[in-house]
Write a protein that binds this ligand. Sequence first.
Ligand SMILES: [Mn+2]
Length: 241
Amino acid sequence: MSTLFISDIHLSNARPDMTAALVHFLEQDAPGADALYVLGDLFEFWIGDDDPNPLHGQVADAFLALSQQGVPIYFIHGNRDFLLGRQFARRAGMTLLGDPCIIELYGERVLLSHGDLLCTQDVDYQKFRRITQLKWLRWLFLRLPLGRRQRIACKMRGKSQMENASKQQFIMDVTPAAVDELLRAHDCHTLIHGHTHRPAIHDFKLDGKGARRIVLGDWFEQGSVLICSPAGQRLETRTLS
Ligand SMILES: [Mn+2]
């Protein structure tokens, strides 16, 4: 009896080793799980479900095979793949969830999020995030020719890499007050998120009661998986093949 959580795999054509590790995980580790949750940034970038990149088909097939074995798969968008749509989700056998989202995990209310909305000290990023959330802008972007979307995405990734290189580390982590506020607002004491690439289990007090924030790791050097069971939660790593 276990539920699996992964995030920040950042799949791209440049890293076939990461794709292989994920496919191996979906084929070998995940069958038999009660559910699999992907908490965002599965892909390094996403410019529309109509992108013919063969990597997308390969990843969709691996997820679909798992879902056909009876494992429900849920997906929360990350800041890289926020445009991933219903068409891909259907192809991959995934159910799209909102961010944040409350689930019932072995009798406990648990809050799930990608985590970027908690990095409130990164004011420039939050401004950018608000723009990317605009429905009409997404609608317009997805109607641009594919080549144009590719060029825009490439430019934006270059810009964000340059900006992030000059940001102080604490700015790119979650703000503790924002975590407290989010947990309080949803009447939860456990939060699972990704985005910061700082895998850890943080125990703290929230309004006098024990609270826990579990951070998933990325898949750049090794895989990172959170395994939850009625007995507890543990973070594990997986080697890249
Ligand atoms: Mn992210």
